[in-house]
Design a binder for this molecule. Structure first.
Ligand SMILES: NC(=O)c1ccc[n+]([C@@H]2O[C@H](COP(=O)([O-])OP(=O)(O)OC[C@H]3O[C@@H](n4cnc5c(N)ncnc54)[C@H](OP(=O)(O)O)[C@@H]3O)[C@@H](O)[C@H]2O)c1
Length: 234
């Protein structure tokens, strides 16, 4: 029997992350649903188990170095690997903030979660992927971080997603030569707590490209920005 690929998703308690966990489990991955809040994470994992899906829970707050270390040690000691990492967890504090008046603390807090959280996790996990010569990392970005269409408002959030895009390209360049693919996804405008009920896409639609990128074969692109399974401009 072929060994199952092991995938971990940050912010799996709700929204797109929860749906990605569900879809990866349906596709046959061994899924680690992670969440910063243990009760919320266990409840979410239980809900998917009730649907007949097989998955595990691990507490992970991407702002807490002890939590990251514990997550890393669990992957190393229990599995000796992590094949797929979905950096999904993020915050959007104040949608309407303008570049001219955005509060500096709010900018720092947003960048701390949306950029440093994912970056620290990548720095921890990529060496393990290099050791195993296999890895797929999907960083949930946003059209709001796309330089090509950069507009006004959402200052802190836009800045954070543009920086995440840059980090993605750098990590991809630094892992070329290995069977490792590190890409960004714009999931579109999705009905979640963050996207709101007026959004145009279901969580299933929002999760699709991230799930698809999780199992691309060797030789497929790394360091790219995807939407609807297609490469888009930065
Ligand atoms: N929805 C959209 O329209 C849209 C559009 C473009 C991009 N995106 C991106 O897609 C991703 C998922 O968005 P979403 O709409 O599903 O958001 P969401 O409903 O607000 O869910 C965000 C998730 O991130 C978790 N989280 C926040 N801070 C965390 C931390 N420090 N450690 C661990 N988990 C943390 C939350 O956990 P708690 O439950 O504990 O709060 C929650 O599970 C994000 O990266 C977002 O920027 C979304």
């Amino acid at each position: 029997m072929t060994e199952k690929k092991l995938a971990a998703v940050t912010g799996g308690s709700r929204g797109i992350g929860f749906q990605i966990c569900r879809d990866l489990a349906k596709e046959g991955f061994e899924v680690i649903l992670t969440a910063r809040n243990t009760k919320k994470g266990l409840d979410a994992a239980e809900k998917l188990k009730d649907e007949g899906l097989d998955l595990k829970f691990c507490q992970l707050d991407i702002l807490d170095s002890d939590s990251i270390e514990n997550f890393y040690q669990t992957m190393v000691n229990d599995f000796g690997k992590l094949d797929v990492l979905i950096n999904n967890a993020a915050i959007l504090l104040e949608p309407i903030n303008s570049g001219l008046s955005a509060d500096l603390q709010e900018i720092k807090d947003t960048i701390k979660t949306n950029v440093y959280g994912a970056v620290v996790l990548c720095q921890k996990i990529i060496p393990l992927m290099i050791k195993n010569n296999y890895g797929r990392i999907v960083n949930l970005s946003s059209g709001l971080g796309q330089l090509k269409d950069m507009g006004s408002g959402y200052f802190a959030y836009r800045l954070s997603k543009t920086a995440l895009n840059a980090a993605t390209k750098i990590f991809a360049a630094e892992t070329s030569g290995y069977d490792i693919q590190i890409n960004c996804v714009d999931p579109g405008w999705v009905k979640t707590d963050m996207g709101g009920s007026g959004a145009s896409l279901t969580p299933e639609e929002g999760a699709d490209t991230s799930v698809w990128l999780s199992s691309r074969p060797k030789g497929e692109p790394s360091g790219k920005f995807y939407k609807n399974r297609k490469i888009i401009d930065w």
